[in-house]
Design a protein around this ligand. Structure first.
Ligand code: SAH
Length: 370
């Protein structure tokens, strides 16, 4: 069967869909669980690796639902131990995932930052991914495979998954929710939704749909401004769903005991980092169980006719500290997210799947000085 006439990847099929295919193929029902386990618990790259599945059934599966695995293109390791994985999709697109070990070894946390789209359509002015424009949505299989393959590379399952890589996950809602169902299924990696965070630039319709999942994953909102005037300018999506509408959606989001909405706030010098911003932030979030992650802007130049230009600047360390203290004085939980992997462009907002020519800048791995 030619790829053109074949269906979606077997890795994107939900257990019921796999059961249906197995039954139609005339095979016993337990084969569905075996196949699902190979794909999602073991993360195999090809059907040939499914040792206890008869070759004829494997071949039929490959013909009907070819796996089209991601090809691991480049692994870069930062000085702080963060690893950026660049993948090539079957149609030659580049996407990235980032493995972020916790610097506090006691907590033994390993966070995986996952991409949901090739490029992004949202056009936030401070984000490197936006400069790529929108390529396409990732399939659930391509989302899930970033996790199974990163698990193999790390030698352990990540403790936390964050949809904070390339793309806007709520713009790709159907494949996102399919991927969540696959990741959470007990036959597979069995992630708890409490360990999964979906981050959005503020698609209110998507937040409401996410809220209807039960159980819902954690929600993070990239707020990044305290007035509509500024947010309109740096995040065009604010013209569709302004701050008040966005925060109403956050208030509607179901929070079980002890859970909070995370607000990300990229600090841009002279744009959103004043004392007045800090005070407005407190007023805006006062009645929402929340915590704030301040992200000092991770810079990247854009190319202009006059040469490379930085559109923004990171505020001085002193300003960042003062902003945090001012908000914290209100009793609100607010943390500075230190840039992880910024020497390999793996930090927030730096994922832009650069062409090979830029990779000469990779630094060899050296242990982080203690
Ligand atoms: N589209 C989703 C998922 C991406 S998450 C969202 O916007 O939430 C990426 C996070 O990094 C967002 O909180 C975004 O505001 C932040 N970010 C983007 N560009 C950045 C940059 N250059 N420096 C620091 N943070 C950035």
């Amino acid at each position: 069967m030619s790829p053109a006439s074949s269906g979606p990847s077997a890795r994107g099929l939900l257990p019921d869909e796999l059961r249906g295919w197995v039954a139609a193929a005339g095979a016993p029902a337990y084969r569905a669980e075996q196949i699902f386990r190979w794909l999602h618990a073991h993360g195999v790259e090809s059907t040939a690796e499914m040792a206890n599945v008869p070759p004829a059934l494997r071949e039929a599966l490959e013909a009907a639902h070819p796996l089209r695995p991601l090809a691991l293109d480049v692994v870069q390791t930062a000085r702080d131990g963060t690893r950026k994985l660049r993948w090539k999709t079957h149609d030659g697109r580049a996407i990235e995932s980032v493995l972020i070990p916790d610097t506090d070894a006691e907590r033994d946390k390993l966070t995986l930052c996952v991409s949901s789209q090739v490029g992004c359509a949202i056009d936030c002015q401070f984000c490197a991914t936006a400069t790529l424009g929108f390529g396409r949505h990732l399939g659930a299989d391509e989302i899930v495979e970033q996790i199974t393959r990163a698990t193999a590379i790390a030698g352990r399952r990540p403790t936390n998954l964050v949809f904070m890589g390339m793309g806007e996950p709520l713009h790709n809602f159907d494949q996102l929710t399919r991927a969540l169902a696959l990741l959470e299924h007990p036959w597979g990696a069995a992630f708890s939704p409490r360990r999964i965070t979906v981050s959005t630039a503020g698609l209110v319709s998507g937040i409401d749909k996410l809220a209807a999942l039960s159980p819902a994953p954690n929600l993070a909102i990239s707020l990044n401004a305290t007035t509509d005037e500024v947010r309109d300018r740096i995040m065009p999506i604010n013209r569709r769903w302004p701050i008040a509408a966005l925060l109403d959606a956050a208030r509607r989001f179901p929070l079980s005991h002890g859970r909070r909405v995370t607000f990300e706030y990229v600090l841009l010098a002279g744009v959103n980092d004043t004392d007045a911003d800090a005070d407005r932030l407190v007023r805006l979030l006062r009645d929402i169980p929340s915590k704030v992650n301040l992200i000092p802007w991770n810079g990247f130049p854009i190319q202009t006719d006059g040469g490379p230009v930085y559109r923004f600047q990171r505020p001085p360390a002193e300003r960042i500290r003062t902003f945090q203290e001012r908000v914290r004085a209100s009793g609100m939980a607010i943390y500075i997210r230190s840039p992880r992997g910024d020497d390999i462009d793996a930090a927030c907002g730096q994922l832009a799947a650069r062409p090979d020519s830029d990779l000469a800048t990779i630094r060899p791995w050296t242990p982080t000085p203690s």
